[in-house]
Design a protein around this ligand. Sequence first.
Ligand code: PYC
Length: 404
Amino acid sequence: MKEIFFPKRMFRRPAELKRRYDVVIIGGGSHGLATAYYLAKNHGITNVAILEKSYIGAGAAGRNTTIIRSNYRTPEGAEFYQASVGLYERLSQDLDFNLMFSQHGHFTLAHSDRSLVVQQERAEVNKLLGIDSRVISAEEVKELCPQISISRDVTWPILGALYHAPGGIIRHDAVVWGYARKVDEAGIEIHQGVEVTGFERKGSSLTKVKTTAGDISAGVVLSATAGWSSILADMAGVPLPITTSILQAFVTEPVKPFLDKIIVSAQMHIYVSQTDRGEFLIGAEVEPYPTYSNKGTFPFVEYAARHVLELFPQLHATRILRHWTGLCDMSPDYSPIMGLTELDGFLVDCGWGTYGFKAAPITGVTLAELIATGETPALIEPFKLERFYTDTLVSELAAAAVSH
Ligand code: PYC
């Protein structure tokens, strides 16, 4: 009989779900996979199952706009994302997988005096933490990004920008695949197509995770489910201050590369970059209503296209190729919620709004440390769920203006 050649599979065939694991991670996105990876790499913990109701990277990890940056407004946020950028810079080597990370600079445009003041405040916070971030004039924007129009004869003339040289974009699917491959190599089980349907608890402890493949128990259960976080936590009897909204984005047909910068405008509520494939990736702010709908809207396309054409009139004849929505789990202070909950053994990783993907590596490192040691690392201490009870919020609204 003729021998059939099967190309090498990237992951093992899923094993039968065992009845018990040391750690169960719900959500096979960038955060769940990164946490599993650092559990194995930094702590030698491999009796771990990742449960993904769809396929890995099907949620926010596969639907974001791939921007990596650390120019946040709060010291807590900026320090946290700075650590993430550092990990992303070494991640291709670490995972032995080309993630196509290009760091060519991120511009947050200012179109009013007030906006310049806000950008200046962000720059000062950033500089104190050693983050490369400064306010530049419209002329310098043009010098660094000659393709942009700085015409004053537009709805929102550019007055200046917050310039963050290390800002960049990365291939998001590659991040998911790179982590998954290493996780699999470490012997951690990735169960795709397995949905969590409920939990059992005894007093203040979680005792069982109910899934479509049977019930399991675990020492620690982490929910890393982005837009679905509040639904999951509700099942466990843990209320979260999270609402879910959608953010829309589209890509154009591919055109010859001419933009290697990321351009963001809080007032126009848009951001634009060109992907490695030549597509222009254009997104807007979060829609101002909670929903799980994955239907895009025409007003978004019309609005975003109108503004992008003021910045890049040379795109006027470029056609739209694809348009999608992603779920954003929004917290009241626009900062994430990570760590322990009132239910023993149940940890959350949520409230990421539109920032989750860029935080994946450092979230993985810190949550893995928390799971392994029981101690909350200092870097994520400010992002505890408890802050909503102790009135110690971390307001990141100023750095989120375009996407919230
Ligand atoms: O925070 O960089 C960001 C962002 C871009 C798109 C959505 N959020």
